[in-house]
Ligand binder design. Structure first.
Ligand SMILES: [Zn+2]
Length: 274
């Protein structure tokens, strides 16, 4: 399917390079881009073919208003609570056309701002919407809130730009384990051979984060987690490092002076690194 993009109404923050997010989101779903090198099973392809002045055919209630035969991604007024809505048209069970309207009501970014608040990742939301076009439906936001096809995405979340089999690995060893037929794991051996590897004077660990539950099975049939909590701690405090770090599925890195990493939920006295 060939998609065109209408820049009318785009917020200044993304106006110049929104087509990059459009192209990347289409590539993500067309290639079935996923984190465990599973063969892509989506038998469809979407490409960005250029600009248009046509508008996505949706009204301000978010209802689909007709199909002009064009696939248009553009901006418009949508009801409160909707970041974007996709209208999909089928003939004999096959998708023939789709329009995506992105809400002008919210604020958007292409690269996450350093001090990010109340603004949304255009590429993650478009990947989700294109997921609908290519036949994916929602997963429950409470059980699988970290997945791209969850009904919810938080402000500043950039983790939903690709599709995943589901959720997060529960340990570094799992990430270091080679999937059948693959020469390497997701992590290199110096990090993925132990659950507490040491590298560059820091000891690393990954485990389930707060409010996490068991997720789907990964490509090796190993249980995943819906959240993660990762730390890096100096092996010899004062010599190999003076600060301890922690991060989680939200993607921000927090630090504290000393050998004890910040705990969840992150906040003062821990400091945001970036
Ligand atoms: Zn959706």
């Amino acid at each position: 399917m060939s998609f065109r993009y209408n820049r009318a109404g785009a917020p200044a923050s993304v106006a110049r390079y929104a087509t990059v997010a459009v192209g990347n989101s289409l590539r993500a779903v067309s290639t079935g881009a996923n984190r465990c090198k599973l063969p892509a099973t989506i038998k469809a392809s979407g490409v960005y073919v250029g600009a248009t002045t046509r508008t996505p055919q949706l009204n301000t209630s978010g209802a689909c208003t007709g199909n002009d035969g064009q696939n248009v991604i553009g901006w418009g007024a949508l009801p409160n609570g909707y970041l974007a809505i996709t209208c999909i048209y089928f003939v004999a069970g096959k998708v023939i056309n789709a329009d995506v309207m992105i809400s002008k009501r919210y604020s958007w970014f292409l690269s996450r701002p350093v001090h990010c608040a109340n603004t949304f990742d255009l590429q993650s939301v478009l990947t989700h919407e294109q997921g609908h076009t290519f036949g994916l439906s929602h997963v429950d936001a409470t059980a699988h809130g970290t997945e791209t096809m969850s009904t919810l995405i938080g402000p500043c979340d950039i983790t939903k730009r690709a599709l995943g089999r589901g959720d997060y690995a529960a340990s570094l060893v799992i990430l270091g384990t080679k999937p059948p037929g693959n020469k390497q794991g997701y992590l290199s051996e110096d990090l993925g051979a132990s659950d507490n590897p040491v590298r560059s004077g820091y000891r690393f660990n990954v485990q389930r984060g707060v409010e996490g539950t068991g997720g789907f099975l990964d490509c090796n049939g190993t249980a995943t987690e819906t959240t993660y909590y990762a730390v890096a701690i100096p092996t010899v405090i004062g010599q190999t490092g003076t600060r301890a770090f922690a991060t989680n599925q939200k993607g921000s890195i927090w630090q504290l002076p000393g050998a004890v990493p910040p705990v969840e939920p992150f906040g003062p006295p821990a400091q945001l690194v970036q």
